[in-house]
Ligand binder design. Structure first.
Ligand SMILES: *Cc1c(COP(=O)(O)O)cnc(C)c1O
Length: 428
């Protein structure tokens, strides 16, 4: 199996090269040159998420040098499960993706990527993983790469625009993980990172790599929890499972669509965005119009130009006929869904998951009473300052998050200025 660019202007490369490169040299995104086929019987006897991952991803690795290591990589990455729980309101279940060290789904992909890096990074020279984050990616990458020899992580986040607990997590790892509170917006952080990646002289002195949501090392393993949930549903009911997925950069949802395209029993996929409505507008009109991002309560989905959209177009061509639909949700409705969560579903939602709940409820109002699985992308306790006033009581953090919150946290300030970042990156 080789990987080709969505823009088709570079030669195919093996999986390891695609993981190390991140973005293809023609500016496109790497996609598999053909889709492996999977069916439910292939997964008989697979133990836990790690077992499903090793089986599911082997054909995606093909003859790559990582293939023999896949079971060990999967065992290192999938150290916590993704429970599929029935909800009190009938006909719906929830896939909880927040049991990792930073209480959001990004832990799965970041840990898998780190396990790949441990085997791929040239040992001779330090590599810096540079991440711009609107909140959740930075801490997942920091947690996953913390203590990895030969790797330094530099996180850029917008000062004052992440939740207090997100800020704490970003600064609590220390050692080889440096966290910078940038005086500017998330778009400023991204601009700084892009500028550093484009600076050939800097990169010659200090090798840089990225860990953003276009990385195949994050994207591919995310198929695992969709496969595992869909297989459990299939065994119980012999019907495909339909998912509602909170969406920003389309990394998590694309993994669901990719798992479906290999033949796993996944039905319609309903994407839920916040007021950054470019994906619903694209699916409705067929025209893609990126916009500057808007700040919302669901900050990890504040994306105006989703980086994986190019992969969606590669997989599905024309929108509309592909079993994919989308809804966008404003902040007032996010608040209402969180406030009503315990009474309606017996659950407390994070602001991102609340968008998915609203998308599902619109389907219900339109007469759809079939089974849907809500994808819970973060634990509500990570967004306590939004959630607690709405539910009217404290929300206890899960054990992994509580442990991270108990560590001291420290961030350095950084001006939104390329020269300032350059100077920091060149420090020993
Ligand atoms: C990152 C994130 C999302 C959006 O995921 P994408 O892969 O960017 O679509 C949704 N919810 C939470 C909690 C996140 O951290």
């Amino acid at each position: 199996m080789k990987y080709v660019s969505t823009r088709l202007r570079v030669p195919p490369v093996p999986l390891s090269d695609a993981i190390l490169e991140g973005l293809a040299a023609d500016g496109g995104l790497y996609v598999p040159e053909r889709l492996p086929r999977a069916n439910p019987a292939d997964f008989e006897g697979c133990e836990g998420l790690a077992g499903v991952a090793a089986r599911l991803l082997a054909p995606f690795a093909g003859s790559d040098r990582l293939v023999g290591e896949l079971p060990r990589i999967a065992a290192e990455a999938f150290t916590f499960e993704a429970p599929l729980r029935p909800l009190r309101a009938g006909g719906a279940s929830v896939l909880e993706l927040f049991h990792g060290p930073t209480a959001a789904f990004k832990d799965f992909g970041a840990r898998f990527l780190a396990a790949c890096f441990r085997r791929l990074a040239p040992p001779a020279r330090r590599v810096t993983v540079l991440v711009a984050t609107s909140g959740d990616t930075g801490s997942a990458v920091g947690a996953a790469f913390h203590g990895l020899p030969g790797v330094r992580v530099v996180i850029l986040y917008p000062d004052g625009r992440v939740s207090p607990r997100q800020a704490h997590l970003l600064g609590c790892f220390g050692d080889n993980v440096r966290s910078f509170a940038v005086r500017g917006s998330f778009d400023d952080c991204q601009r700084l990172a892009k500028g550093a990646f484009a600076d050939a002289e800097l990169r010659a002195r200090e090798p840089l790599t990225s860990a953003n949501s276009i990385s195949l090392g994050r994207l591919l393993p995310q198929m695992t929890y969709y496969a595992s949930a869909a297989l459990a549903h299939w065994r119980a009911r012999r019907e495909p499972l339909r998912f509602v997925v909170p969406t920003g950069n389309l990394g998590n949802a694309f993994a669901c669509l990719l798992a479906r395209a290999t033949g796993l029993p996944i039905g319609e996929v309903l994407l839920a965005t916040n007021a950054n409505r470019v994906i619903p507008d694209f699916l409705a009109s067929g025209t893609y119009t990126p916009r500057p991002s808007l700040g919302t309560l669901a900050n990890a989905m504040d994306v105006g130009d989703p980086s994986n959209l190019e992969r969606l177009r590669w997989l599905h061509g024309a929108p509309g006929e592909a079993g994919v639909s989308a809804e966008w949700v404003d902040d007032a409705t996010i608040r209402a869904r969180i406030a009503a969560g315990e009474a309606s579903y017996g659950a407390i939602w994070c602001p991102h998951t609340a968008c998915a709940v609203e998308a599902l409820e619109r389907r219900r109002r339109a007469g759809d009473d079939g089974h849907w699985c809500l994808v819970a992308t973060a634990h509500p306790a990570k967004f306590d300052t939004v959630v607690e006033p709405l539910v009217g009581h404290p929300v206890a953090p899960p054990p992994a998050l509580a442990a991270a919150l108990a560590r001291p946290s420290r961030a350095e300030e950084l001006a939104a200025d390329p020269a300032a970042l350059r100077a920091r990156l060149l420090e020993p």
